[in-house]
Design a protein. Structure first.
Lengths: 272, 270
């Protein structure tokens, strides 16, 4: 089909609504309120390095835990019968279809000091736990919201591994552990990589989960950006600088992750 | 032995994934006075009644649906044309455009939201008119749905025999009608999937809407303000209803998909 012009409206759209806005972020990051060039905003990001470190630390913790918990589940699903596989995968995706504010709100109900978990604990004579408004609660919220993004790509890579490769390894004398560590694990790296990015990126840039489950004390990068644009500390120039740093940070992380992925052209791997 | 362990393990993870949802559903029928979210005091439908009498919620729902319908239709039209154009591009050009297409999907949502907010505010100031509201929300939603539409159509185009279109034209069919009579029927499953995806993404979006809505309320934005301000079991009722709608939608999509698969199998068998 020679229909090169068909993409033209889309290209214009992308320029206006993706490229120009990004240029504006850069422009605002390097100017002050009067529009004059300044490095003050970028330098100002430095004072929030503790917030950046906290976001990265909590995001990385949530990513690591969801990999540790999600990989075995993906493996179990991939090795079930076909009908069962479809049902199990559907069950992993179903919560994602529920608005994530509502899912996070549900955890507020569970974790509160007088919430359901504590009511159950008290009912069985155990001491109450303080869970809400802690860093643990924030990590739990991230884990809960984003774990499906870890399970799905790993599952889809695991199902594509050719059974005969596994059989060949077994024929050559590999035991179960060797089959897993020498064959299955290396072959599933692309899935792990896309899972890690799909969990880490939203986790590190969230501002809802920290607000709802972390109370006021566990400010993350997202909260900081929110405050500069729609909050009390209105300063879009500083906000743009923080956004720019966040974006660069994530692009670097993804660049590093892609180093592990041997140049396979990924299709995005999005599952509905 | 290992089978039992893996069953228990899977069960535990699913419990983790579903416990909060069940809690929401159960407590949506709780007959409590507003203060407690976690003490059961009898079955009641009062929160559902209250939900439907809440004018603000109904208004937010209407906005959400209008935005979802308009943005998904426009995104599907633009995206279908774009996919056809991209499919016909040369290697390096296609790679460039695909990288640009993937960018909004890997960029943190909050940055996309903030950048669009800057764009709308900046232009409103420059032109002295349009600011944040329904218009900016629709534009933003089209923007973030487009990549998903394109990615669901491109594989179908690649599977299609490129000569079909040429054959139609050789037989005297004008380009526009050969698109509608030859190309579109081939890629329609991808187009429909893309549209459903755009629709659901639009209904569900909070982060980008939050930065581009101004004072306009969509359902997720309203839910957000509810969770911030007061404790209200109405949220539980609302979530239960939404979950029900999602279940129905998902069932429809799944039936469609399995029908498609069956058709493909039959076609391959023939």
């Amino acid at each position: 089909m020679k229909s090169k012009t068909a993409a033209a409206p889309y290209l214009v759209w992308m320029v206006v609504f993706i490229l120009v806005p990004m240029v504006l972020v850069v422009f605002f990051a390097f100017t002050d309120q009067s529009g004059a060039f300044t490095l003050k905003n970028i330098a100002g990001v430095g004072q929030y390095s503790n917030v950046f470190l906290r976001s990265i630390w909590l995001g990385a913790a949530a990513t690591a835990i969801s990999l540790l918990l999600g990989y075995p589940l993906a493996y179990i699903i991939a090795h079930s019968g076909v009908r069962r596989q479809n049902a199990m995968i559907l069950l992993v995706m179903l919560p994602m279809w529920m608005n994530f504010l509502l899912r996070t709100y549900a955890w507020m109900t569970l974790l509160e000091d007088n919430g359901i978990i504590n009511t159950l604990l008290a009912g069985s004579g155990l001491p109450k736990l303080h869970m809400i408004n802690t860093q643990g609660a924030v990590v739990l919220g991230m884990l809960y919201n984003y774990m499906p993004y870890m399970i799905l790509p790993i599952y889809s890579v695991l199902t594509k591994i050719d059974v005969s490769v596994v059989e060949a390894a077994q024929d050559l004398g590999a035991d179960r552990r060797a089959v897993f560590s020498k064959v299955i694990l290396p072959m599933s790296t692309p899935g792990v990589i896309s899972g890690v990015t799909m969990v880490f990126v939203p986790a590190v840039s969230t501002f809802i989960i920290s607000k709802m489950l972390g109370g006021g004390g566990n400010l993350l990068i997202g909260d900081l950006i929110d405050m500069q644009f729609l909050g009390s500390a209105y300063n879009p120039n500083l906000g743009s600088a923080i956004s720019l740093v966040l974006m660069v940070l994530i692009l670097i992380c993804m660049g590093i992750m892609n180093q592990f992925d041997e140049g396979e052209e990924s299709q995005g791997g999005m599952l509905l | 032995m290992t089978k039992t362990i893996s069953k228990i393990y899977a069960g535990l993870i699913y419990l983790f994934l579903y416990a909060p949802i069940f809690v929401l559903i159960i407590f949506s029928f709780n007959d409590s006075s507003t203060m407690s979210r976690s003490v059961w005091s009898g079955f009641s439908m009062r929160w559902y009644r209250q939900l439907f009498q809440d004018r603000l919620i109904m208004e937010a729902l209407e906005n959400t649906l209008v935005i979802a319908v308009v943005s998904s239709v426009i995104a599907t039209a633009l995206g279908t044309a774009a996919a056809i154009g991209i499919n016909g591009m040369k290697q390096w050009k296609r790679r460039l455009v695909m990288n640009m297409t993937n960018f909004p999907m890997v960029n943190p949502e909050i940055v996309t939201g903030v950048s669009l907010m800057l764009l709308f505010v900046f232009f409103a100031r420059a032109m002295g008119g349009i600011s944040l509201g329904m218009g900016s929300l629709i534009l933003a939603h089209i923007t973030f749905s487009l990549p998903y539409v394109i990615l669901s159509i491109l594989p179908k185009l690649r599977q299609m025999d490129p000569h079909l279109y040429e054959a139609a034209q050789d037989l005297g069919c004008p380009p526009v009608s050969s698109f509608f009579r030859v190309v579109l029927p081939e890629i329609i499953p991808g187009v429909v999937t893309g549209m459903i995806m755009a629709f659901t993404l639009s209904i569900d979006d909070f982060v980008i809407s939050y930065f581009t809505s101004g004072t306009t309320q969509t359902l997720p934005i309203y839910i957000y303000s509810m969770t911030r301000k007061r404790i209200s079991p109405e949220i539980n009722a609302l979530s239960t209803l939404l979950f029900g709608v999602i279940l129905v939608l998902l069932a429809v999509v799944n039936i469609r998909q399995s029908r498609d698969q069956k058709k493909e199998l039959e076609r391959e068998g023939a």
